[in-house]
Design a protein. Structure first.
Length: 278
């Protein structure tokens, strides 16, 4: 497939990446974007490293086919389990002049600068927690500011969002249980990273059940959008390949009518999508 448009690609295993795309559109409205949700194979959080890598690489190649020179993995599990392999092993072979970026490092850079006491908490999928990506990256990039990183896997949070049962007693039960478990590991946490792009949809309950006062909640959408703008400023050779006609395209591996209804709820306006196979 060839195209004269070169949108920025945004990939997620489901709907959570729409919270990132929404911020991209808000802060960078002139750019073209194409969103790909692998909704038929979600969730990724419980899948093996090899499977997540295989699925993510398929999605990246499809977005390249759509004309993208830059792809953002708006999925923490894909960023944790597949990004480095794709960057180091695949891009030099299949697309040396294209770029694939993730959402973990922007969040890490933000919290490393903002934490007051160096105690950071992470709530994420089982896959992201198992990868230890956040503790590793925080140790690498915080220059010693982060002293302790505690993680809690929250396997029920994505299904809560995907099934649109937020703000219910059942959802609150799981959110409260996970947050209490996290803060039992480290009561001194002053910064909480929402390590999954679905989780901003649960923000009311998350704030309600944080057992400490003054904890800063790190939502990824705004941070990743700001970091993307900075990246494009620092890499004019990539920015020059991003077209700017305010075009939005939505691709899904799920049935179109179902995706359109849920995506419209995430974005706040109706969208049209196209079903694809990976």
């Amino acid at each position: 497939m060839t195209t004269s448009n070169h949108p920025i690609g945004v990939f997620d295993s489901g709907y959570g990446g729409l919270t990132v795309l929404k911020e991209f559109i808000s802060q960078m409205p002139e750019y073209d974007f194409v969103y790909l949700g692998d909704n038929a194979r979600t969730p990724y959080g419980t899948r093996s490293f090899d499977v997540v890598y295989e699925y993510t690489l398929e999605a990246v190649k499809r977005l390249f086919d759509e004309g993208c020179h830059l792809v953002i993995l708006a999925c923490n599990t894909a960023s944790a389990k597949a990004l480095r392999s794709i960057q180091q092993r695949d891009l030099p072979q299949i697309a040396p002049h294209k770029r694939v970026l993730g959402v973990i490092r922007p969040s890490v850079e933000e919290v490393a600068q903002s934490t007051q006491n160096g105690h950071v908490g992470v709530v994420a999928t089982s896959g992201t927690v198992a990868s230890d990506s956040y503790p590793i990256e925080l140790e690498k990039w915080s220059e010693g500011r982060v002293k302790q990183t505690s993680q809690e896997a929250c396997p029920m949070w994505v299904p809560i969002v995907e099934n649109n049962v937020m703000n219910t007693p059942g959802a609150d039960y799981f959110i409260q249980q996970n947050l209490e478990a996290l803060f039992q590991k480290d009561p001194l946490i002053d910064s909480l990273i929402l390590g999954c792009t679905h989780y901003p949809l649960l923000i009311e309950s998350i704030r309600k059940f944080i057992p400490q006062q003054g904890v800063r909640v790190i939502e990824q959408g705004k941070i990743v959008a700001q970091k993307l703008q900075d990246y494009l400023y620092r890499h004019p050779e990539i920015e020059a390949n991003c077209t700017k006609t305010s075009e939005r395209k939505f691709l899904t591996t799920e049935e179109v009518h179902f995706f359109e209804a849920r995506a419209s709820q995430f974005l706040g306006y109706p969208i049209r999508a196209r079903k694809i196979e990976l």
